[in-house]
Design a protein around this ligand. Structure first.
Ligand code: NAI
Length: 329
């Protein structure tokens, strides 16, 4: 029998946590042969709610669930973790400036970065979901000097999946026929969903759509603002789709992407495509043997260049703010 892996989830009693934990425990992340131990982190006021979630996990009698840990101490929740999904964060409150938001989250992600550094498995794979995801990830990475940078990633897979579904609706294709979607840059309204390298039924997506007005005035803003549209419709932010994307991200990272396709992941830049080294930016990535690589050699035209530069400029600004706040060196 395969020995269990330890999966840490922060913000475990929140909306996304509630959608995520049951699917991880039923094999939705690492497959039907991989037992898991769930190590759940919350803040003290949410520990009762977390207890209720664990009671429900118990009541599912999942054959793959080999154990649970509940804690409000990151040093406990991250102990020997093989995977860490950092979902809990400080949401933007009324009248909160972006710098206040970055500072409030800085307090969380410096502590969690250090705890990962000191207690997680040396091979831990980290996915940051909690917003502002890219910069929270940058902070955690900077506070975990002993863990290789490439083990830190942030989530743009929900944006990627949203873009797939919009393109499928436009072209009448199935999502199964869409390959090589890319989200570039920040998980924010500046992100750039790119159809110029994407394929529908093996043919270039932008050429097949052949409608620059739709692309600029409909597709791109719809994907960029989808989160706000869900809040407006549902009265709460996307949770099931966010959890589903987090599973997709971790599964593909651990188990590999298929030939002829790639996924979007926010990863520390190596300078590819003019994105300054070290920024946590979304790129087209393939994965194999538990490691990601940025797809190389794509031609970037002027339109895409402008869009990528704009979202990367926002990432650089966020990085400068958290540097000024002393959250990263
Ligand atoms: P939620 O508010 O329902 O749950 C967040 C949970 O995190 C709460 O239970 C809270 O007690 C907990 N928490 C707060 N600080 C914590 C800490 N220091 N340690 C451990 N737990 C902590 O929020 P929801 O809907 O689950 O969303 C979570 C985050 O995910 C938000 O920041 C949201 O903006 C982000 N998000 C990111 C997406 C992406 O595509 N990257 C998509 C959707 C949401």
């Amino acid at each position: 029998p395969t020995s269990p892996v330890r999966v840490a989830v922060t913000g475990a009693a929140g909306q996304i946590g509630y959608q995520l934990l049951f699917r991880i425990a039923s094999g939705g992340m690492l497959g039907p042969d991989q037992p898991v131990i769930l190590q759940m982190l919350e803040i003290p006021p949410a520990m009762d709610a977390l207890k209720g979630v664990v009671m429900e996990l118990d009541d599912c009698a999942f054959p793959l669930l080999a154990g649970t840990v509940q804690s409000d101490d990151p040093n406990v929740a991250f102990k020997d973790a093989d995977y860490a999904l950092l979902v809990g964060s400080r949401p933007r409150g009324p009248g909160m400036e972006r710098s206040d938001l970055l500072e409030a989250n800085g307090a969380i992600f410096t502590v969690q970065g250090k705890a990962l550094n000191d207690h997680a498995s040396p091979d831990v794979k980290v996915l940051v979901v909690g917003n502002p995801a890219n910069t929270n990830c940058l902070i955690a990475m900077n506070n975990a000097p002993d863990i290789p940078d490439e083990q830190f990633t942030a989530m743009t897979r929900l944006d990627h999946n949203r873009a797939m579904s919009q393109l499928a609706a436009k072209t009448g294709a199935s999502v199964n026929d869409i390959k090589k979607m890319t989200i570039w840059g920040n998980h924010s309204a500046t992100q750039y969903p790119d159809l110029f390298h994407c394929e529908v039924d093996g043919k270039n997506a932008a050429a097949q759509v052949d409608d620059q007005t739709w692309l600029e005035d409909d597709f791109i803003p719809t994907v960029q603002k989808r989160g706000a549209a869900i809040i407006a419709a549902r009265g709460a932010s996307s949770a099931a789709s966010a959890a589903s994307a987090a599973l997709d991200h971790m599964r593909d990272w651990a188990l590999g992407t298929p030939d002829g396709d790639w996924v979007s992941m926010a990863v520390p830049s190596d300078g590819s495509y003019g994105v300054p080294e070290g920024l946590l930016s979304s790129f087209p990535c393939t994965t194999a043997d538990g490691k990601w690589s940025i797809v190389q050699g794509l031609d970037i035209d002027d339109f895409s260049r402008g869009r990528i530069d704009a979202t990367v400029a926002e990432l650089a600004e966020e990085r400068d703010t958290v540097k000024d706040l002393g959250l990263i060196t």
